[in-house]
Design a protein around this ligand. Structure first.
Ligand SMILES: Nc1nc2c(ncn2[C@@H]2O[C@H](COP(=O)(O)OP(=O)(O)OP(=O)(O)O)[C@@H](O)[C@H]2O)c(=O)[nH]1
Ligand SMILES: [Mg+2]
Length: 382
């Protein structure tokens, strides 16, 4: 079938695109939560998308989008309006098989840097043959040590947070329900260079603008749980999609370390990532890891400790919004800054201002409740 041009403003629903034909998303015909959900899993206007597998019943269909494979129901794909991918690029050809389609779409265009397929092969080989970080996990802790640092493990679903948590805490972990929510969250202890760390394995989240109870728990801990450091675990095979939540977390806190996980898989797919470039763009350390095999975790924990102690100072990338939003923020930010006491609240006033105007009802309620309490008590616990 022929797809009409994006330039005319017309297009067709993604559900009508044949397998292996790459197109570009023009717009989403959905609103509110459903729209946000699609955006957060990668279906953003401008993104390339290729249908690569359809279930025998014709629904759902698996799509390759921003380096990830995502299945959508027909009714969701009906609401995504696409056009031919112009200008044509090598990736926009019709593919001869699902495997080739996905392989091509997974290839990152990031310039080659520290971690390249060539130099990473050696590391991946070593990862396959040896566990690198086993000590804290295999000793059961006696007594009741007081942790010096609290570290949140956050990020998209399936990026290896629990794998990382398990290697770091081993036998010293327990799972309990989050207060007031029927969501299980694992918490554990780990020792590194003589210091105790309390690690929280948060549920996976695509965004801090949440849509499920699990995502709410993750958001509340990152925003109000005052972790000393938040480790955002990302999937190196589909980094672009993972960066949305990294940017959102950088708006909340500057004490962030990015764990670039699954680098073994990225290497297998011959994806090159400029780690030092990524780190300087984001303004926070980026550490490559293979959590399943314990690789890179010593370096990760060294870095987490240095960020917690203030030996590494970060300079997080903070997005600027359009003029209208920036104007409103500049009006209410000083008021918020004066209403909170800095010794009891680490949330940036700019972030609070943005959340108050962006219309997420759950987060607004949570914030207003905390702000009211803070103003009446002359401080703010967050
Ligand atoms: N190849 C490879 N697989 C990994 C790595 N880290 C984790 N995995 C695998 O990825 C899958 C998902 O890992 P989890 O630790 O459950 O991911 P998660 O982030 O906790 O997922 P949610 O709790 O759903 O958000 C599991 O099958 C892991 O074994 C890694 O570095 N390399
Ligand atoms: Mg998990």
């Amino acid at each position: 079938m022929g797809l009409r041009s994006a330039n005319t403003g017309e297009g067709v629903p993604l559900s009508a695109v044949p397998l292996y034909v790459t197109c570009r998303i023009c717009r989403l015909a959905l609103k509110d939560q459903a729209r946000r959900r699609l955006l957060h899993i990668g279906f953003a206007p401008g993104a390339q998308v290729t249908p690569i597998r359809r279930s025998p019943a014709g629904d759902p269909t698996a799509y390759s989008v921003r380096g990830a494979m995502v299945a959508l129901r027909r009714e969701q794909a009906d609401e995504i309006i696409v056009a031919p991918d112009v200008p044509p690029s090598p990736d926009s050809k019709s593919y001869d098989s699902p495997v080739n389609a996905h392989k091509l779409c997974c290839h990152s265009q990031v310039p080659t840097g520290l971690m390249t397929p060539d130099n990473f092969d050696t590391l991946a080989h070593r990862a396959r043959t040896r566990l690198a970080y086993t000590v804290p996990g295999t000793m059961r802790i006696r007594g009741n040590p007081t942790p010096k640092y609290t570290v949140a493990l956050a990020g998209n679903p399936n990026t290896g947070k629990s794998a990382l948590f398990n290697v770091l805490t081993g036998l010293n972990q327990h799972t309990g329900n989050w207060p007031g929510k029927t969501v299980a969250v694992a918490e554990g202890l780990s020792v590194h260079e003589g210091a105790w760390f309390r690690l929280i394995d948060l549920p996976g989240t695509y965004s801090l603008l949440t849509s499920s109870k699990e995502e709410e728990v993750a958001r509340d801990f990152i925003c109000f749980g005052a972790p000393d450091v938040t480790v955002v675990v990302t999937d190196a095979t589909c980094l672009e999609r993972n960066l949305d939540v990294v940017l959102e977390i950088l708006e909340v806190t500057s004490r962030v370390v990015v764990a670039l996980n699954l680098v073994d898989e990225a290497c297998r797919k011959r994806i090159s990532i400029d780690i030092s470039g990524l780190s300087s763009s984001l303004g926070v350390p980026v550490i490559p890891t293979v959590a399943r095999l314990g690789r890179g975790l010593k370096k990760l924990m060294d870095t987490v400790q240095a960020v917690a102690d203030g030996r590494i100072e970060t300079d997080p990338l903070r997005p600027r919004y359009d003029e209208r939003i920036e104007r409103i923020v500049s009006l209410i930010e000083p008021w918020i800054e004066s209403a909170i006491q800095r010794d009891s609240c680490s949330l940036p006033a700019r972030w609070i201002a943005l959340r108050l105007i962006d219309g997420d009802p759950g987060l607004r309620e949570e914030l207003i409740e905390r702000l009211e309490k803070a103003v009446s008590e002359g401080g703010m616990s967050a």
